[in-house]
Design a protein around this ligand. Sequence first.
Ligand code: CA
Length: 220
Amino acid sequence: MKPAILLIEDEAAIADTLVYALQAEGFEVVWRALGQTGLAALAERDFDLAILDVGLPDGSGFELCKEIRKTSEIPLMFLTARASEIDRVVGLEIGADDYVAKPFSPREVCARVKTILKRSRGTAARTALFQVDAGRIRYCGQLLSLTRYELGLLQVLLSQPGRIFSRDQLMDRVWGDADAFDRTVDTHIKTLRAKLHQIDPQRDPIATHRGLGYSLQLTP
Ligand code: CA
């Protein structure tokens, strides 16, 4: 099956060039010109990667990225037009996988897309203990019944197995607010753990790092 890419870009000339180049490389491309229609497309079906323009008529690509990250860990790449935007992509932890600055060569975008997809497939293989499909997660083959926040936490941890996420980072990515009480994260991790434990009492894939945060460990 062809990898599917969602392109959210309001400038038709840029979108056309990219759609053409990506299709020539064997990708299926869906183009949306607005953040809102892009979100709707993401809700309708699965994509392997999304490319977001930072400057969209109905909001910034950064806001859109935040919105997408509430429910999805799809690989994201930004198209930026200004150096100040690049600083934000690089400097802030907004959950993007890569960016290219305009003007860019379509060939470069295609190469970056392939690199990101290769990397995310590697992650997919490592996370076979968990299977993610259309926003639902199976653990050891069993569908997990999770609350919105438990799901969010697990999705963030699954995005980079082995990486330690601080409570603030988890709070920011899942709740979109780093100022709430630290306990909130701990409470939801506890209930999430209990659900995983029910399925396989032998394993505890969520590791606590005292004073640092939590990580997902896929090897016992
Ligand atoms: Ca634009």
